[in-house]
Ligand binder design. Structure first.
Ligand SMILES: [Zn+2]
Ligand SMILES: [Zn+2]
Length: 306
């Protein structure tokens, strides 16, 4: 069985001011055939068209917080779904003001949606289990920012074991017994029992992705994102602007890399760059001093989670 496709794609990873080639926060998390939208800054739809991402594939949208650079693209996106004839519900996750915002925009613009919006509104200081979404176990992780903000972690769940093809022959397993072992049950035969571990391959390590933007440096999130295969963490400023980062409740490169180091993630992707940086390579170099396997979020790029 092939390992399912799992990647994180950047639509935009700039902070507040959109520039010609750097759009505000918006990301796609792809798992198997599903596409999850994370934040929806201005211009998200333009980037989806450019990168050939089908709107109709998106059923779930996770919003970190209500700052405009994360939500100004959302009403337009929802409206486009109606225009393209969508009937299936959309599931929205985010702070309580998310519903207030969407209701107000729809009412003020005299619009209507041709499908249902199902909200999962968050108002908590605790890490919260949001259940299974598209085959991924999702948790909301409260972040420290100027308004209520949540990070999200997405973890693969192994739905079944893979059969060791050599054992099918060795034990003469019929389809019924293969299905039993795949589901993790032992095979009971008249005179003996075959443990499912004896005929299945060792479970592969489950992959996960954590999204933390926007946030001040906050080591208390480390347990919730520990061991993530890929961590996206904002790094709005270079270390020389640490005071500014504190004041605006953002992180520096060094701080993002320190979180990655403490959480022992495999790969760190940094983004949410302040538009003051024309060249973002110095941000990368500074983060890599603390956490070597750091990458820059670049529009359009896919980061495989493996
Ligand atoms: Zn932001
Ligand atoms: Zn913000």
């Amino acid at each position: 069985l092939a390992i399912p496709e799992f990647y994180f794609q950047v639509l935009g990873a700039n902070s507040a001011l959109p520039t010609r080639d750097r759009f505000p926060s918006s990301f796609i998390l792809a798992y198997k055939q599903s596409r999850i939208l994370i934040d929806c800054g201005e211009g998200s739809q333009i980037k989806m068209a450019e990168y050939k991402i089908k709107r109709s594939k998106i059923d779930h949208i996770f919003i970190s917080h209500m700052h405009g650079d994360h939500v100004f693209g959302l009403p337009g996106f929802l409206n486009s779904l109606t225009l393209s004839g969508r009937k299936k519900a959309i599931y929205l996750y985010g702070p309580t003001a998310l519903k207030t915002y969407i209701d107000a925009v729809i009412a003020a613009t005299g619009g209507h949606l041709g499908y249902e919006l199902c909200y999962h509104l968050l108002d908590t200081d605790e890490v919260t289990d949001l259940g299974m979404v598209c085959g991924l176990q999702v948790k909301a992780v409260p972040l420290q920012h100027r308004i209520p903000t949540y990070g999200y972690s997405f973890t693969e769940v192994m739905s079944e074991y893979n059969i060791d093809p050599l054992k099918i022959k060795a034990h003469n397993l019929p389809r019924s017994e293969i299905l039993l072992a795949k589901s993790g049950q032992d095979i009971e035969r008249e005179n003996d029992t075959i443990a499912y571990q004896d005929v299945t391959l060792p479970p592969r390590e489950m992959r996960s992705m954590a999204y933390c933007s926007d946030t001040v440096y906050d080591p208390s999130i480390v347990p919730a994102i520990k061991g993530s295969t890929l961590l996206y963490h904002e790094a709005t400023y270079l270390e020389e602007l640490r005071d500014k980062a504190r004041e605006r409740m953002h992180s520096t490169t060094t701080e993002a890399a320190t979180i990655a180091e403490m959480a022992k993630v495999d790969t760190l992707v940094i983004g949410h760059y302040s538009s003051r940086y024309v060249d973002v390579n110095p941000l990368l170099k500074e983060a890599q001093k603390v956490f070597d396997n750091t990458m820059l979020a670049v529009g359009g790029k896919k980061y495989e989670i493996r």
